[in-house]
Design a protein around this ligand. Sequence first.
Ligand SMILES: Cc1cc2nc3c(=O)[nH]c(=O)nc-3n(C[C@H](O)[C@H](O)[C@H](O)COP(=O)(O)OP(=O)(O)OC[C@H]3O[C@@H](n4cnc5c(N)ncnc54)[C@H](O)[C@@H]3O)c2cc1C
Ligand code: SF4
Length: 342
Amino acid sequence: MSLPQFKLLRPRSVEEAVESLATRVGAGDSPAQVPTPIRIIAGGTDLIPSMRQKIFEPEYVLDLRRVAAIRGIKPQPDGGVEIGAMTTLRAVERSDFLRKHYPVLTEAAATVASPVLRNMGTIGGNICLDTRCLWYNQSLTWRKGCGFCIKKDGDLCHVAPGGTKCWAVFSGDTPPALLCLDAEIEIAGASGTRRLPLRDFYTGLGDNYRKLQPNELLTRVFLPASMADYHGVYRKLRVRGSIDYPLAGVAVVMKRSSNGNSIRHVADARIGITAVNPAPLLVKGASELLAGRLVDEALAEAAGDLAAKSSKPLTTSALTPEYRREMIRLFTKRAVLAAAHV
Ligand SMILES: Cc1cc2nc3c(=O)[nH]c(=O)nc-3n(C[C@H](O)[C@H](O)[C@H](O)COP(=O)(O)OP(=O)(O)OC[C@H]3O[C@@H](n4cnc5c(N)ncnc54)[C@H](O)[C@@H]3O)c2cc1C
Ligand code: SF4
């Protein structure tokens, strides 16, 4: 499948990038506006296949690879860390600082796709990743043959016929880990930069899945010092262990009490899930369930039940929804036990 024609823009700074976006889309365009005349490319590992499938046919492609200011992992004086949006997943996976202080993130990054794709793919691209569906991530001919759907060019949903919502699933691996770590993101646009918690970035809609205007770009990710040194575990279900997107993913972070006893209760914990809803999310009630308790099989199982309740997999992906929900339950149980016994 060939790429559609486009003009490539290669800014050298965030300011230049913002100007390029503002010139092409204006300040007031709605994020639901389809098609946008310009698309941002970072590593291109998700965007390029989608452009080949004619899911996106932008007139301009804005390449961020020359914007050095938003690449790199910078530990902060207060103990937190700043990660540039253009930092590759390989750099995240290999960072000694992140592995020591935020291990759930390096573990999740190491499961994305394959080493070659992680060399190109960035953390910004992983956070902004388009939602996926078996009826959407297909060639134009295939989609045309099925009469299209709400997410692109049509008005019905093949997954939930009769409804008006798109349920395409968010399938990035690092966002559940970042959510557990209370990550904040920085977004730059014509009116300046804004910083928001990552948990407020996703909408829960499959088609209009993120709160990012077409004239904005993600520039940085911040992890707070308060979440450093939590034990972290990431578990992922996929068809081919060497390369596939997650079909269910669970991140768990946990801190245990340090009162000198050999019996150590959970002081704080979070559970994040991905690939089973249109947005990655923190499991509600997980911190309350685990805090102050000793982790045993029964408690880990209860955490698994809670996570399974928060997941609503549909027929957007390979493997059945029932199996994927069951794997969320099982992976959560295993991840909670593993995090408690590190
Ligand atoms: C075979 C294959 C397997 C894969 N397996 C996985 C997997 O297991 N787990 C997983 O998480 N992903 C997987 N991916 C998807 C992809 O490789 C990763 O998600 C990667 O992190 C995407 O980053 P990128 O820099 O390549 O993004 P790009 O492809 O460049 O961009 C992705 C999207 O984000 C937008 N974007 C990128 N950067 C910014 C920014 N700074 N500001 C605003 N918007 C931005 C783009 O416009 C585009 O919509 C797979 C891809 C392939 C082809
Ligand atoms: S969930 Fe429905 S509307 Fe969304 S991409 Fe799939 S088929 Fe299309």
